[in-house]
Design a protein around this ligand. Structure first.
Ligand code: TXA
Ligand code: MG
Length: 310
């Protein structure tokens, strides 16, 4: 199907799973209450968890948001399209059914040609944003390929729904979420846009106050979890899965699931490696975590939650 047809399907109320540079999203017209309700059904997600609205460009911020600060504009200019979600006070266009009843809204311009093409076609026919969470069942590992989307939610989709294939996600971890409703930016979920990058782009110190009233399901203790039990920073025993940097040898009898050479590669392959472990029916996966700042912080954040189980 062409992008025009994909956009028309969305406009008619279909769900369209689409690739982004972070992970695959499960999209619906952000103004269509029925379509958005189906996202929650397909994911098995609680109704009060807000969705990220994906927009074609930063020109669309003011359709959905109010009180947009200078530092938020600086962030959008620096990192969009890219793996960053900004939280603003919502406009009247952002209804309770996408914000989970909160008075804020999350916006992101994804950096993927297929996603941007779809968003541009949508805009031409009056769809101002695609509301999309990661295209996985609630609490589970986010999908980083179209095949993984089909395995996760294929059986919950209807005939009119679509899964677009844009290859393997380049970043592999969900976007950095930044609360832009205060005087200074605050990171709600770490990702590929790091604290140092945010401080360099805005000239502001990132606030460390993390006692937010804002609900972020990705900050629940248990999230991003495979079926297997995840153990952190221990050697794998026989018949256990093992994910570790390339320079760490595989313990005898363990099943190596990934050997990333760099932190970027670690992020990119982590979720598919966890899925691979599940596909092999492994009960336990041991992971030696990457050290350091930046993206390694986001990897350790997801792994800590994955290790809490489902
Ligand atoms: O990279 C990503 O962000 C991917 C791709 C598809 O864009 N999306 C994603 O969506 O990870 P989701 O729904 O799985 O996680 C988004 C997180 C949730 O934890 C949600 O609670 C939070 O963003 N969120 C959305 N709107 C929010 C808001 N207004 N205030 C606070 N958190 C919000
Ligand atoms: Mg998610």
């Amino acid at each position: 199907m062409s992008q025009v047809e994909n956009a028309q399907a969305l406009k008619k109320g279909a769900l369209v799973a689409f690739p982004t540079e972070t992970v695959y999203g499960l999209g619906a017209d952000a103004s269509n209450e029925k379509a958005v309700a189906r996202i929650y059904e397909v994911k098995g997600r609680p109704q009060d968890h807000p969705l990220i609205l994906h927009i074609a460009s930063m020109n669309d911020i003011t359709y959905w948001a109010e009180e947009v600060s200078d530092y938020a504009i600086a962030l959008a200019r620096s990192f969009w399209p890219g793996p960053m979600t900004l939280i603003f006070k919502r406009s009247d266009a952002a209804r309770d059914f996408v914000t989970g009843g909160q008075d804020t809204v999350g916006l992101r311009v994804p950096d993927h040609a297929l996603a941007l093409g779809l968003l541009q076609e949508c805009k031409k026919i009056g769809v101002h944003a695609i509301a999309a969470p990661s295209a996985n069942r609630f609490g589970h590992v986010s999908p980083t390929s179209a095949v993984a989307v089909r395995e996760e939610i294929g059986s919950y989709l209807s005939r009119q729904d679509l899964i677009l294939d844009g290859g393997a996600a380049q970043v592999g971890l969900e976007s950095t979420i930044i609360d832009c409703t205060g005087d200074t930016p605050r990171i709600l979920r770490p990702g590929a846009i790091t604290q140092a990058m945010i401080e360099a782009a805005t000239g502001l110190k990132v606030s460390e106050n993390n006692t937010s009233e804002i609900r972020v399901s990705g900050s629940l203790e248990k999230h991003y979890a495979p079926n297997a039990q995840v153990l952190l920073d221990v050697q794998a025993s026989e018949d256990q899965g093992f994910i570790a940097p390339a320079d760490v040898a595989t313990p005898a009898g363990a099943i190596r699931l990934a050997s990333p050479q760099t932190t970027d590669e670690f992020a990119r392959v982590l979720y598919s490696a966890l899925r691979d472990g599940d596909a092999q029916g492994l009960k336990t996966i041991a992971v030696i975590q990457p050290s350091g700042d930046g993206l390694a912080i986001a990897i350790r954040d997801r792994l800590m939650r994955a290790s809490k189980g489902r």
